[in-house]
Design a binder for this molecule. Structure first.
Ligand code: T1G
Length: 698
């Protein structure tokens, strides 16, 4: 017997206990242990088998780390079939999260009990695959096709009470999984309850699978696993169980061999690895209970909302009582959303806004704060004044953070006598919704202040990425480059509408020009003016058509017109007729004869620019690893998750081909297309960005 599955006899019941921390993943040893445990119970003449998990959870699924490796028998479908076919009564007792293969094992047992806090689900599509151990065949039989399609195509977890209603579990009992499992199994034995192999249940009634497939495919924005899973469920209604299992296996293997599966698994592990930095090992964060927020505009109110929702107390400092009250109004508005979504109830709402939140207009109110973050106007002089005040008022050891999106954090830190306590915490708007947090580490920032930044990010449920100090840190610096690539294509002949469409077909939720309209064209306008004032490199291809759009008062959604005309609403994609004439005039002024672009070339140039700048950001140490850039783009810039991030995409595309393209474009524009040294190095050495991730993890 492997020790991944413990075995004990309690009277007529053989108890199989999963002991494979941290999530009882169904790795090879667990699968062998289940096969051996069932056989041993049968050989010993037991009457029933109880299966449950030790530690935090029942089985949380197949071991994702085994994906891509040669399969090792027994496979999970075989284990499930073996459990179901046992002549003994087999019972599952679930707690924590019975997910994927975990729920599939439970569905192969004959009865299922769970504690009230248990959650179940088949999240495989979120990893680019589909339930591959009978989930698409058994769940429809137990819960019906509609419910099965909903759970399988969304991958969502449901609570025990919903699972009970759907018939996925039979009983909910509070208590320890082993005890409630034993009691339930004894009860079933006393009642002489029959075995209930799900595979012998009636084939479920079909629905209009083509319609479901097409709507799910559209929603997936290019991700194919949910729509493919529909076809597996369809097989459960059209084929005998064994045939249905074969069809499920075929479709599962098809998806297992896709780049999308590699992209999604990369995202799964990277979003966990990104906050694991060697420099933080063993470093204790500072105390984090009371925080101060300076500035109650959209960003400050969003940050305050996120902090309140995570149980921190917040002192919000504004310039006047009226401004402070207005900020409180914004926070209440943000919390209304959480109230509507059921994240908080009315009582929490009152506590958060009346007890946990304190308004202030005097810096003195921040003297006891453990951490203060400023979200004031994005001007260096303004920031310097704030930090001078903080330096005078805050207690020793308080962390002093700036939410600046591109200003030099070293310069800000130099305004204090405690540069070691200064850090950048770059939130993305809306700060209580967007998951990305760039933790910007200045030259003198102390390690425990960095650890405190990550601890705050974890507390707020963010994906925190360590960034070095440069113009735009990681995300905005890379954005500025690939946005420039798009602007160059506009000058050379592409339209903003063709570019947006090509990139939305690539998988972005919105193309760069629709994004600019959403963020506000005045932001880009200010950046262009700043960069010109700082002395734009003469080799840079500047353009003024977008400035003229702003001079005409078109800032995008907030003024009703930008690249698009929003008369029809915020999701409009009606081009603003003023735009193309401005672009054509610009081309004429610059003596450019416009040429055709294919969608493929648009995507290739846009992505190559993103990859090239990302490689520079990693090469310069602004981002610690390639996966840090991938997580930044995934959680802050709408990069399609199933592609894993720009550098995962680059690895899958092939770095040599990308470098060849960049070198050929550099002939026409050596300034913009200067190849990143790291990209050249990796290609010369035949390595990938993922090789760098692995080296960093070693
Ligand atoms: N395989 C391998 N490692 C896993 C894992 C898994 N299934 N799930 C989690 N881990 C690791 C994770 O990387 C982290 O490692 C640690 O466990 C704690 O995870 C045939 C083929 C269960 C809700 O998709 O959703 O079954 O960083 O930080 O916040 O049809 O983990 O500590 O080194 O996330 O408490 C289907 C994926 C697989 C579930 C717990 N199952 N996991 O969340 O902890 S495909 C899933 C989760 C499948 C079958 C198919 C969450 C969690 P490290 P954590 P958590």
């Amino acid at each position: 017997m492997t020790d991944a599955i413990g075995y004990e006899r309690i009277g007529d019941i053989a108890v199989l206990k999963a002991q494979n921390p941290p999530v009882n993943a169904l790795g090879y040893d667990v699968r062998v242990g289940l096969m051996e445990g069932i056989a041993r119970a049968e050989d010993e003449g037991a009457k029933a088998v109880l299966i449950y998990g030790e530690g935090n959870t029942y089985f949380a699924g197949a071991d994702i780390r085994e994906f891509g490796q040669p399969p090792k028998s027994p496979g999970l479908p075989e284990v499930c079939d073996r459990i179901e076919a046992s002549p003994l009564l087999v019972v599952s007792s679930m707690h924590g999260t019975a997910l994927g293969g975990g729920l599939e094992v439970a569905l192969s047992t004959h009865y299922r009990i769970a504690v009230p806090t248990a959650r179940v689900g088949l999240p495989e599509v979120l990893l680019g695959i589909l339930p591959g151990a009978g989930g698409t065949q058994r769940l429809p039989r137990v819960a019906g096709v509609e419910a099965a399609l909903d759970l399988i195509t969304t991958g969502r977890h449901i609570r025990a009470d919903e699972a009970l209603k759907l018939g996925i579990i039979d009983r909910i009992e509070d208590g320890a999984p082993r005890e409630i499992g034993l009691a339930y199994t004894k009860e079933l034995l006393d009642q002489n309850a029959p075995r209930r192999p799900v595979s012998e249940m009636e084939a479920p009634e079909p629905v209009d699978f083509d319609a479901v497939h097409d709507s799910v495919l559209k929603k997936g924005r290019g991700q194919i696993s949910p729509a493919t899973a529909v076809r597996a469920v369809q097989a459960a209604t059209e084929l005998p169980f064994a045939e249905g299992m074969k069809r499920e296996r075929e479709l599962f293997m098809e998806l297992m061999n896709t780049d999308q599966r590699q992209g999604l698994i990369h995202a799964f592990f990277s979003e966990r690895a990104v906050s694991k930095l060697p420099e933080l090992k063993g470093v204790e964060p500072r105390r984090l209970a009371a925080i101060g927020v300076i500035g109650g505009g959209t960003m400050g109110a969003g940050i305050a909302t996120a902090a309140l929702l995570s149980g921190l107390t917040v002192t919000l400092l504004e310039m006047s009582p009226e401004a402070a009250e207005a900020a409180k109004g914004r926070i209440k508005g943000n919390l209304q959303g959480a109230l509507k979504r059921g994240k908080i109830d009315q009582a929490n709402f009152e506590t958060l806004t009346e007890k946990s939140l304190t308004l202030a207009t005097d810096y003195d109110a921040l003297k006891d704060a453990d951490l203060v973050i400023e979200a004031v106007f994005e001007e260096m002089d303004v920031k310097k004044k704030v930090f001078t005040q903080l330096d005078a008022v805050c207690k020793p050891g308080a962390v002093l953070a700036t939410n600046t999106s591109y200003l030099d954090v070293n310069e800000i830190a130099a305004m204090t006598k405690r540069p070691q306590d200064v850090i950048g915490l770059h939130f993305f708007s809306p700060a209580h919704v967007m998951k990305l947090l760039e933790v910007v580490v200045a030259d003198e920032t102390a390690p425990d202040v960095v650890a405190t930044g990550f601890a705050l990010g974890k507390r707020l449920g963010k994906i925190s990425v360590r960034a070095g100090v440069c113009d735009g840190f990681i995300g905005n610096r890379i954005l500025s480059t690939y946005r420039t690539a798009a602007d160059h294509m506009i000058l050379d002949g592409a339209s903003p509408y063709q570019i947006d469409k090509a990139l939305e077909d690539f998988g972005f939720a919105m193309g760069p020009f629709a994004v600019a309209d959403l963020a506000g064209l005045d932001i880009g306008w200010a950046v262009r003016k700043r960069k010109r004032a700082e002395g734009l490199d003469p080799r840079a291809r500047d353009s003024a058509y977008a400035d003229k759009l702003c001079e005409d008062g078109h800032f995008g959604q907030k003024t009703g017109k930008g690249y698009y005309d929003y008369a029809a609403g915020p999701r409009s994609r009606v081009p603003n007729p003023d735009v193309m004439p401005l672009i054509e005039a610009e081309r004429a002024e610059q003596g450019i004869t416009p040429r055709e672009f294919t969608d493929e070339e648009i995507v290739r140039r846009y992505m190559a620019a993103m990859v090239n700048e990302s490689a520079k950001v990693v090469g310069e140490g602004i981002a610690r690893r390639p996966l840090d850039v991938d997580m930044t783009l995934l959680f802050g810039y709408g990069f399609p998750r199933y592609r894993g991030g720009p550098l995962k995409w680059a690895d899958l595309e092939g770095l040599p081909g990308l470098l060849d393209d960049i070198r050929s474009w550099a002939k026409e524009d050596p300034y913009f297309w200067e190849p990143a040294p790291l990209l050249e190095k990796l290609v010369a050495e035949g390595r990938t960005f993922d090789d760098l991730n692995k080296e960093a993890a070693a």
